[in-house]
Design a protein around this ligand. Structure first.
Ligand code: FAD
Length: 427
Protein backbone atom coordinates (compact mmCIF):
# COMPACT_ATOMS: atom_id res chain seq x y z
CA UNK A 1 0.00 0.00 0.00
CA UNK A 2 1.25 3.48 -0.83
CA UNK A 3 0.97 5.72 2.20
CA UNK A 4 0.45 9.46 2.09
CA UNK A 5 1.12 11.51 5.18
CA UNK A 6 -0.99 14.63 5.61
CA UNK A 7 -4.31 15.63 4.04
CA UNK A 8 -3.30 19.20 3.22
CA UNK A 9 -3.59 20.27 -0.40
CA UNK A 10 -0.38 18.53 -1.52
CA UNK A 11 -1.24 15.20 0.12
CA UNK A 12 -4.77 15.22 -1.30
CA UNK A 13 -3.51 16.17 -4.73
CA UNK A 14 -1.06 13.25 -4.61
CA UNK A 15 -3.92 10.96 -3.57
CA UNK A 16 -6.07 11.96 -6.55
CA UNK A 17 -3.27 11.08 -8.87
CA UNK A 18 -2.62 7.69 -7.27
CA UNK A 19 -6.07 6.55 -8.38
CA UNK A 20 -7.10 4.43 -5.42
CA UNK A 21 -3.83 2.70 -4.56
CA UNK A 22 -3.10 4.48 -1.31
CA UNK A 23 -4.09 5.24 2.26
CA UNK A 24 -3.96 8.86 3.34
CA UNK A 25 -3.24 9.46 7.03
CA UNK A 26 -4.24 12.77 8.60
CA UNK A 27 -3.64 13.58 12.25
CA UNK A 28 -6.49 16.10 12.49
CA UNK A 29 -10.21 15.48 12.23
CA UNK A 30 -10.54 17.56 9.09
CA UNK A 31 -8.66 18.01 5.82
CA UNK A 32 -6.85 21.14 4.66
CA UNK A 33 -3.75 21.64 6.82
CA UNK A 34 -3.03 25.36 6.64
CA UNK A 35 -6.16 25.79 4.50
CA UNK A 36 -8.70 25.09 7.21
CA UNK A 37 -11.59 27.23 8.39
CA UNK A 38 -13.91 27.04 11.36
CA UNK A 39 -17.29 28.59 12.07
CA UNK A 40 -17.57 30.40 15.39
CA UNK A 41 -20.50 32.45 16.48
CA UNK A 42 -21.80 32.91 12.92
CA UNK A 43 -18.35 33.90 11.57
CA UNK A 44 -16.22 31.76 9.28
CA UNK A 45 -12.51 32.20 9.79
CA UNK A 46 -9.42 30.72 8.13
CA UNK A 47 -7.32 29.39 10.98
CA UNK A 48 -4.03 29.15 9.06
CA UNK A 49 -4.19 32.84 8.05
CA UNK A 50 -5.96 34.62 5.21
CA UNK A 51 -5.92 32.51 2.05
CA UNK A 52 -6.91 33.78 -1.39
CA UNK A 53 -7.01 31.91 -4.69
CA UNK A 54 -4.83 32.97 -7.59
CA UNK A 55 -2.61 31.14 -10.01
CA UNK A 56 -1.03 31.36 -13.44
CA UNK A 57 -1.28 27.64 -13.97
CA UNK A 58 -4.00 26.40 -16.32
CA UNK A 59 -4.42 23.00 -14.61
CA UNK A 60 -4.96 24.67 -11.23
CA UNK A 61 -7.26 27.34 -12.69
CA UNK A 62 -9.49 24.61 -14.08
CA UNK A 63 -9.27 22.61 -10.87
CA UNK A 64 -10.36 25.59 -8.74
CA UNK A 65 -13.25 26.23 -11.12
CA UNK A 66 -14.29 22.55 -11.09
CA UNK A 67 -14.01 22.20 -7.31
CA UNK A 68 -15.72 25.43 -6.36
CA UNK A 69 -17.99 26.08 -9.35
CA UNK A 70 -20.46 28.79 -8.41
CA UNK A 71 -19.09 28.95 -4.89
CA UNK A 72 -16.40 31.36 -5.99
CA UNK A 73 -16.29 35.16 -5.82
CA UNK A 74 -13.97 37.28 -7.94
CA UNK A 75 -12.18 40.28 -6.45
CA UNK A 76 -9.96 43.10 -7.56
CA UNK A 77 -7.33 43.30 -4.83
CA UNK A 78 -7.55 46.12 -2.29
CA UNK A 79 -4.42 45.70 -0.24
CA UNK A 80 -2.56 48.45 1.55
CA UNK A 81 0.37 49.22 3.78
CA UNK A 82 -0.38 51.19 6.92
CA UNK A 83 2.49 53.48 7.94
CA UNK A 84 2.97 57.07 9.04
CA UNK A 85 -0.72 56.91 9.89
CA UNK A 86 -1.76 56.69 6.25
CA UNK A 87 -2.61 53.91 3.82
CA UNK A 88 -0.23 53.33 0.92
CA UNK A 89 -1.58 51.02 -1.73
CA UNK A 90 0.33 47.79 -2.31
CA UNK A 91 2.87 47.51 -3.93
CA UNK A 92 4.48 50.29 -1.87
CA UNK A 93 7.18 51.37 -4.32
CA UNK A 94 4.78 52.39 -7.10
CA UNK A 95 2.16 54.01 -4.85
CA UNK A 96 4.13 56.55 -2.83
CA UNK A 97 1.54 59.32 -3.20
CA UNK A 98 0.45 60.72 0.16
CA UNK A 99 3.66 59.93 2.03
CA UNK A 100 5.74 62.82 3.45
CA UNK A 101 7.77 64.61 0.75
CA UNK A 102 11.14 63.64 2.24
CA UNK A 103 10.24 59.91 2.18
CA UNK A 104 9.07 60.10 -1.45
CA UNK A 105 12.28 61.88 -2.45
CA UNK A 106 14.43 59.36 -0.60
CA UNK A 107 12.63 56.46 -2.29
CA UNK A 108 12.98 57.89 -5.80
CA UNK A 109 16.58 58.95 -5.27
CA UNK A 110 17.36 55.46 -4.01
CA UNK A 111 16.09 53.92 -7.23
CA UNK A 112 17.92 56.44 -9.39
CA UNK A 113 21.16 55.69 -7.56
CA UNK A 114 20.84 51.91 -7.89
CA UNK A 115 23.82 50.09 -9.27
CA UNK A 116 22.29 49.00 -12.55
CA UNK A 117 25.54 47.66 -13.93
CA UNK A 118 26.12 44.02 -14.73
CA UNK A 119 23.74 41.59 -13.04
CA UNK A 120 25.43 40.75 -9.80
CA UNK A 121 25.33 37.81 -7.48
CA UNK A 122 23.68 39.13 -4.34
CA UNK A 123 25.19 37.97 -1.09
CA UNK A 124 21.92 37.95 0.80
CA UNK A 125 18.30 39.12 0.86
CA UNK A 126 19.15 42.43 2.55
CA UNK A 127 21.59 43.32 -0.20
CA UNK A 128 19.11 42.23 -2.88
CA UNK A 129 16.42 44.52 -1.41
CA UNK A 130 18.75 47.53 -1.37
CA UNK A 131 19.95 46.90 -4.90
CA UNK A 132 16.56 46.12 -6.40
CA UNK A 133 14.40 48.73 -4.69
CA UNK A 134 16.99 51.35 -3.80
CA UNK A 135 17.97 52.51 -0.32
CA UNK A 136 14.86 54.62 0.36
CA UNK A 137 12.26 51.92 -0.29
CA UNK A 138 14.50 49.48 1.57
CA UNK A 139 14.72 51.73 4.62
CA UNK A 140 11.10 52.82 4.82
CA UNK A 141 9.27 49.64 3.85
CA UNK A 142 11.03 46.57 2.49
CA UNK A 143 13.51 46.00 5.30
CA UNK A 144 11.14 46.74 8.21
CA UNK A 145 8.30 44.70 6.72
CA UNK A 146 10.42 41.73 5.73
CA UNK A 147 12.21 41.72 9.07
CA UNK A 148 8.82 41.58 10.68
CA UNK A 149 7.28 38.81 8.63
CA UNK A 150 10.33 36.53 8.44
CA UNK A 151 11.51 37.21 12.00
CA UNK A 152 15.02 36.53 10.82
CA UNK A 153 18.11 38.57 10.02
CA UNK A 154 17.70 39.51 6.34
CA UNK A 155 21.48 39.50 5.95
CA UNK A 156 21.39 35.79 6.76
CA UNK A 157 18.69 34.98 4.21
CA UNK A 158 19.33 33.82 0.66
CA UNK A 159 17.37 35.20 -2.30
CA UNK A 160 16.46 31.90 -4.00
CA UNK A 161 12.79 32.14 -3.13
CA UNK A 162 12.23 35.61 -4.47
CA UNK A 163 13.29 35.09 -8.11
CA UNK A 164 9.99 35.73 -9.90
CA UNK A 165 7.94 36.70 -6.88
CA UNK A 166 8.84 40.39 -6.61
CA UNK A 167 9.66 42.37 -9.75
CA UNK A 168 12.06 45.33 -9.62
CA UNK A 169 10.21 48.67 -9.85
CA UNK A 170 10.49 50.82 -12.96
CA UNK A 171 11.46 54.41 -12.25
CA UNK A 172 8.66 55.77 -14.46
CA UNK A 173 6.04 53.76 -12.53
CA UNK A 174 7.47 55.04 -9.26
CA UNK A 175 7.36 58.66 -10.36
CA UNK A 176 3.79 58.34 -11.64
CA UNK A 177 2.68 56.71 -8.40
CA UNK A 178 4.34 59.45 -6.35
CA UNK A 179 2.46 62.25 -8.15
CA UNK A 180 -1.08 60.93 -7.78
CA UNK A 181 -3.00 57.71 -7.10
CA UNK A 182 -2.61 55.61 -10.24
CA UNK A 183 -4.89 52.67 -9.60
CA UNK A 184 -2.76 50.44 -11.85
CA UNK A 185 -2.61 46.87 -10.56
CA UNK A 186 0.70 45.04 -10.23
CA UNK A 187 1.53 41.47 -9.26
CA UNK A 188 0.12 37.95 -9.57
CA UNK A 189 -2.70 38.42 -7.05
CA UNK A 190 -4.04 41.73 -8.41
CA UNK A 191 -7.25 39.81 -9.12
CA UNK A 192 -8.20 36.81 -7.07
CA UNK A 193 -10.98 34.44 -6.12
CA UNK A 194 -12.34 33.42 -2.77
CA UNK A 195 -15.04 30.90 -1.86
CA UNK A 196 -18.42 32.49 -1.33
CA UNK A 197 -19.32 30.04 1.43
CA UNK A 198 -17.20 28.04 3.82
CA UNK A 199 -13.92 30.00 3.80
CA UNK A 200 -10.83 28.41 2.29
CA UNK A 201 -11.92 25.09 3.82
CA UNK A 202 -14.42 24.88 0.96
CA UNK A 203 -11.56 24.24 -1.45
CA UNK A 204 -9.93 21.62 0.77
CA UNK A 205 -13.27 19.88 1.39
CA UNK A 206 -14.04 19.78 -2.33
CA UNK A 207 -10.60 18.33 -3.03
CA UNK A 208 -11.14 15.61 -0.41
CA UNK A 209 -14.20 14.27 -2.19
CA UNK A 210 -13.92 10.51 -2.82
CA UNK A 211 -10.51 10.20 -1.17
CA UNK A 212 -9.61 7.38 1.17
CA UNK A 213 -8.58 9.30 4.29
CA UNK A 214 -7.99 7.98 7.78
CA UNK A 215 -8.60 10.93 10.10
CA UNK A 216 -7.30 11.34 13.62
CA UNK A 217 -4.40 9.20 12.47
CA UNK A 218 -1.04 10.59 13.43
CA UNK A 219 2.08 9.01 11.96
CA UNK A 220 4.21 8.37 15.05
CA UNK A 221 7.08 6.29 13.75
CA UNK A 222 8.59 5.18 10.48
CA UNK A 223 10.84 2.13 10.37
CA UNK A 224 13.35 3.05 7.73
CA UNK A 225 14.70 -0.33 6.64
CA UNK A 226 11.32 -2.02 6.11
CA UNK A 227 9.39 1.16 5.38
CA UNK A 228 6.70 0.57 7.95
CA UNK A 229 4.53 3.42 9.20
CA UNK A 230 3.18 3.23 12.72
CA UNK A 231 0.25 5.51 13.28
CA UNK A 232 -1.98 6.19 16.22
CA UNK A 233 -5.74 6.39 16.00
CA UNK A 234 -7.91 6.83 19.08
CA UNK A 235 -5.08 5.62 21.29
CA UNK A 236 -4.51 2.49 19.21
CA UNK A 237 -1.33 1.93 17.24
CA UNK A 238 -1.39 0.34 13.79
CA UNK A 239 1.64 -0.73 11.79
CA UNK A 240 1.44 -0.52 8.03
CA UNK A 241 3.86 -1.80 5.42
CA UNK A 242 4.33 0.97 2.88
CA UNK A 243 5.38 0.38 -0.68
CA UNK A 244 6.26 4.10 -0.86
CA UNK A 245 5.54 7.06 1.36
CA UNK A 246 4.56 10.49 0.09
CA UNK A 247 5.05 12.81 3.03
CA UNK A 248 3.86 16.39 3.40
CA UNK A 249 5.07 16.55 7.00
CA UNK A 250 7.52 19.35 7.78
CA UNK A 251 10.99 17.90 7.22
CA UNK A 252 12.15 18.43 10.84
CA UNK A 253 9.06 16.55 12.12
CA UNK A 254 9.42 13.77 9.57
CA UNK A 255 13.08 13.19 10.47
CA UNK A 256 12.14 13.01 14.17
CA UNK A 257 9.82 10.04 13.61
CA UNK A 258 12.15 7.97 11.41
CA UNK A 259 13.89 5.35 13.55
CA UNK A 260 17.31 5.11 11.96
CA UNK A 261 18.58 8.48 10.82
CA UNK A 262 22.27 9.18 10.18
CA UNK A 263 23.74 11.96 12.36
CA UNK A 264 24.42 14.30 9.45
CA UNK A 265 20.75 14.10 8.37
CA UNK A 266 19.55 14.76 11.90
CA UNK A 267 21.88 17.74 12.16
CA UNK A 268 20.71 19.10 8.80
CA UNK A 269 17.06 18.85 9.91
CA UNK A 270 17.79 20.65 13.17
CA UNK A 271 19.42 23.49 11.25
CA UNK A 272 16.42 24.21 9.02
CA UNK A 273 14.80 27.52 9.84
CA UNK A 274 11.10 28.28 9.71
CA UNK A 275 8.70 30.60 11.44
CA UNK A 276 5.35 30.15 13.12
CA UNK A 277 2.15 32.15 13.06
CA UNK A 278 -0.56 33.16 15.46
CA UNK A 279 -3.90 34.05 13.90
CA UNK A 280 -6.31 35.95 16.09
CA UNK A 281 -9.80 35.96 14.61
CA UNK A 282 -12.01 38.76 15.85
CA UNK A 283 -15.61 39.81 15.40
CA UNK A 284 -16.23 43.53 15.42
CA UNK A 285 -19.80 44.53 16.10
CA UNK A 286 -19.93 47.08 13.26
CA UNK A 287 -20.48 46.36 9.56
CA UNK A 288 -17.77 47.22 7.02
CA UNK A 289 -14.94 48.23 9.35
CA UNK A 290 -12.80 48.80 6.26
CA UNK A 291 -13.14 48.71 2.48
CA UNK A 292 -9.85 46.80 2.14
CA UNK A 293 -9.08 43.10 1.78
CA UNK A 294 -5.87 43.09 3.77
CA UNK A 295 -3.36 45.52 5.25
CA UNK A 296 0.37 45.14 5.98
CA UNK A 297 1.89 46.74 9.08
CA UNK A 298 5.66 47.32 8.74
CA UNK A 299 6.08 49.58 11.76
CA UNK A 300 7.82 48.30 14.86
CA UNK A 301 5.38 49.56 17.46
CA UNK A 302 2.69 47.21 16.13
CA UNK A 303 3.41 43.56 16.85
CA UNK A 304 1.31 41.98 14.09
CA UNK A 305 2.35 41.98 10.45
CA UNK A 306 -0.97 41.77 8.61
CA UNK A 307 -4.72 42.05 9.06
CA UNK A 308 -7.18 40.37 6.73
CA UNK A 309 -10.70 41.72 6.67
CA UNK A 310 -12.36 38.35 6.16
CA UNK A 311 -15.83 39.79 5.88
CA UNK A 312 -14.69 41.63 2.74
CA UNK A 313 -13.63 38.36 1.09
CA UNK A 314 -17.20 37.17 1.16
CA UNK A 315 -20.32 38.58 2.82
CA UNK A 316 -21.01 35.03 4.01
CA UNK A 317 -18.01 35.17 6.34
CA UNK A 318 -19.79 37.32 8.96
CA UNK A 319 -23.32 38.07 10.19
CA UNK A 320 -24.86 41.08 8.47
CA UNK A 321 -24.17 43.76 11.06
CA UNK A 322 -20.71 42.63 11.99
CA UNK A 323 -17.23 42.42 10.48
CA UNK A 324 -14.58 39.81 11.00
CA UNK A 325 -10.83 40.14 10.77
CA UNK A 326 -7.79 37.92 11.18
CA UNK A 327 -4.76 39.43 12.85
CA UNK A 328 -1.62 37.59 11.71
CA UNK A 329 1.50 37.57 13.84
CA UNK A 330 4.53 35.53 12.82
CA UNK A 331 7.20 34.65 15.37
CA UNK A 332 10.56 32.92 15.11
CA UNK A 333 11.23 29.19 15.34
CA UNK A 334 11.52 27.90 18.90
CA UNK A 335 10.38 31.13 20.54
CA UNK A 336 8.31 30.40 23.61
CA UNK A 337 5.14 32.43 23.50
CA UNK A 338 2.76 33.21 26.32
CA UNK A 339 -0.39 33.08 24.20
CA UNK A 340 -2.62 34.88 26.71
CA UNK A 341 -0.20 37.79 26.95
CA UNK A 342 0.27 37.85 23.18
CA UNK A 343 -3.48 38.00 22.66
CA UNK A 344 -3.68 41.03 24.96
CA UNK A 345 -0.81 42.69 23.08
CA UNK A 346 -2.46 42.06 19.70
CA UNK A 347 -5.69 43.60 20.96
CA UNK A 348 -3.80 46.56 22.43
CA UNK A 349 -1.92 47.21 19.17
CA UNK A 350 -5.12 46.93 17.19
CA UNK A 351 -6.15 50.20 18.82
CA UNK A 352 -3.24 51.91 17.02
CA UNK A 353 -5.02 51.21 13.74
CA UNK A 354 -8.31 52.59 12.50
CA UNK A 355 -9.85 49.13 12.06
CA UNK A 356 -11.21 49.28 15.56
CA UNK A 357 -12.80 52.53 16.75
CA UNK A 358 -13.35 53.77 20.27
CA UNK A 359 -16.51 52.20 21.59
CA UNK A 360 -16.42 49.23 19.17
CA UNK A 361 -17.38 45.91 20.68
CA UNK A 362 -14.76 43.32 19.77
CA UNK A 363 -15.11 39.59 20.44
CA UNK A 364 -12.35 37.01 20.17
CA UNK A 365 -13.60 34.23 17.92
CA UNK A 366 -10.52 32.05 17.87
CA UNK A 367 -6.81 32.20 18.43
CA UNK A 368 -4.87 29.61 16.45
CA UNK A 369 -1.22 28.78 16.22
CA UNK A 370 0.53 27.07 13.30
CA UNK A 371 4.01 25.96 14.20
CA UNK A 372 5.06 25.82 10.55
CA UNK A 373 4.02 28.91 8.61
CA UNK A 374 6.87 29.98 6.31
CA UNK A 375 10.09 28.16 5.51
CA UNK A 376 12.93 30.63 6.02
CA UNK A 377 15.59 30.53 3.35
CA UNK A 378 18.66 30.86 5.51
CA UNK A 379 22.01 30.87 3.73
CA UNK A 380 22.56 27.13 4.32
CA UNK A 381 19.08 25.83 3.63
CA UNK A 382 19.92 24.44 0.20
CA UNK A 383 22.76 22.29 1.49
CA UNK A 384 20.68 21.00 4.42
CA UNK A 385 17.58 20.25 2.36
CA UNK A 386 19.71 18.33 -0.14
CA UNK A 387 21.16 16.10 2.61
CA UNK A 388 17.68 15.36 3.95
CA UNK A 389 16.07 14.79 0.55
CA UNK A 390 18.83 12.40 -0.56
CA UNK A 391 18.37 10.33 2.58
CA UNK A 392 14.57 10.23 2.20
CA UNK A 393 14.93 9.22 -1.40
CA UNK A 394 17.24 6.32 -0.44
CA UNK A 395 14.70 4.86 1.97
CA UNK A 396 11.62 5.33 -0.26
CA UNK A 397 10.04 8.49 1.13
CA UNK A 398 9.03 11.20 -1.30
CA UNK A 399 8.72 14.60 0.36
CA UNK A 400 5.91 16.78 -1.01
CA UNK A 401 4.30 20.15 -0.42
CA UNK A 402 5.39 23.35 1.26
CA UNK A 403 7.21 21.73 4.16
CA UNK A 404 8.27 18.52 2.45
CA UNK A 405 9.89 20.30 -0.48
CA UNK A 406 10.89 23.07 1.96
CA UNK A 407 9.91 25.78 -0.46
CA UNK A 408 7.72 28.87 -0.36
CA UNK A 409 4.88 27.09 -2.16
CA UNK A 410 1.46 28.65 -2.37
CA UNK A 411 -1.70 26.57 -2.69
CA UNK A 412 -1.44 26.21 -6.44
CA UNK A 413 2.16 25.04 -6.24
CA UNK A 414 1.38 22.67 -3.35
CA UNK A 415 -1.37 21.10 -5.48
CA UNK A 416 0.93 20.84 -8.49
CA UNK A 417 3.70 19.40 -6.38
CA UNK A 418 1.47 16.59 -5.07
CA UNK A 419 0.44 15.75 -8.63
CA UNK A 420 3.88 16.00 -10.21
CA UNK A 421 5.63 14.06 -7.44
CA UNK A 422 3.34 11.11 -8.16
CA UNK A 423 3.86 11.41 -11.91
CA UNK A 424 7.65 11.39 -11.49
CA UNK A 425 7.78 8.15 -9.51
CA UNK A 426 7.55 4.77 -11.20
CA UNK A 427 5.05 2.80 -9.11
C1 FAD B 1 -0.27 32.90 6.68
C2 FAD B 1 -0.34 32.16 5.38
C3 FAD B 1 -1.10 32.69 4.36
C4 FAD B 1 -1.15 32.03 3.12
N1 FAD B 1 -1.90 32.57 2.14
C5 FAD B 1 -1.96 31.97 0.94
C6 FAD B 1 -2.75 32.53 -0.10
O1 FAD B 1 -3.37 33.58 0.08
N2 FAD B 1 -2.79 31.88 -1.30
C7 FAD B 1 -2.08 30.73 -1.54
O2 FAD B 1 -2.16 30.19 -2.64
N3 FAD B 1 -1.34 30.16 -0.55
C8 FAD B 1 -1.26 30.75 0.68
N4 FAD B 1 -0.51 30.18 1.69
C9 FAD B 1 0.20 28.92 1.42
C10 FAD B 1 -0.67 27.66 1.64
O3 FAD B 1 -1.14 27.63 2.95
C11 FAD B 1 0.18 26.41 1.38
O4 FAD B 1 0.74 26.45 0.11
C12 FAD B 1 -0.59 25.09 1.46
O5 FAD B 1 -1.55 25.09 2.46
C13 FAD B 1 0.43 23.97 1.71
O6 FAD B 1 -0.21 22.71 1.72
P1 FAD B 1 0.61 21.42 2.11
O7 FAD B 1 -0.26 20.26 1.84
O8 FAD B 1 1.93 21.44 1.43
O9 FAD B 1 0.96 21.54 3.67
P2 FAD B 1 0.02 21.59 4.96
O10 FAD B 1 -1.16 22.43 4.72
O11 FAD B 1 0.92 21.97 6.09
O12 FAD B 1 -0.46 20.07 5.16
C14 FAD B 1 0.22 19.13 5.94
C15 FAD B 1 -0.79 18.16 6.55
O13 FAD B 1 -0.09 17.15 7.28
C16 FAD B 1 -0.79 16.87 8.48
N5 FAD B 1 0.14 16.23 9.43
C17 FAD B 1 1.18 16.82 10.07
N6 FAD B 1 1.83 15.90 10.83
C18 FAD B 1 1.20 14.72 10.66
C19 FAD B 1 1.41 13.39 11.14
N7 FAD B 1 2.43 13.09 11.96
N8 FAD B 1 0.58 12.40 10.72
C20 FAD B 1 -0.45 12.66 9.86
N9 FAD B 1 -0.70 13.91 9.37
C21 FAD B 1 0.11 14.92 9.77
C22 FAD B 1 -1.28 18.25 8.91
O14 FAD B 1 -2.34 18.16 9.85
C23 FAD B 1 -1.72 18.83 7.57
O15 FAD B 1 -3.05 18.50 7.27
C24 FAD B 1 -0.42 30.82 2.92
C25 FAD B 1 0.34 30.29 3.98
C26 FAD B 1 0.39 30.96 5.20
C27 FAD B 1 1.21 30.38 6.33
Amino acid sequence: MITILGAGLSGMSAAHNLKGRYLLLEKEKTVGGLCRSVVVDGHTTDIGGGHILYTNDEYVKKLYARLLGKNMLWHERKSYIFMNNIYVEYPFEVNLYGLPKNIIEECIRGVEERDTGKKRAYKNFHEWINQTFGKGVAKHYMVPYNTKIWRYDLKKMSIDWIADRVPAPKIEDMKKGAEKPVGKKFGGNAYFHYPKKGGIQALADALSNKLNISFDSEAKEIKANKLRVIYERKGERTSLKAERIFSSLPLPELIKIIDDVPGRVERAARKLVYNSIICLALAIERPKVSDKHWIYYPEKDIVFNRIIISSNLSPDMAPKNESSIIVENTYPKDKKIDFEKRKEKLLEDLEKTDIVRKGDKVRVLKMSNSMYAYVVYDLNYRKNVKIIHEFLNEIGIIPIGRFGKWEYLNMDKAILDGKESVEKVKL
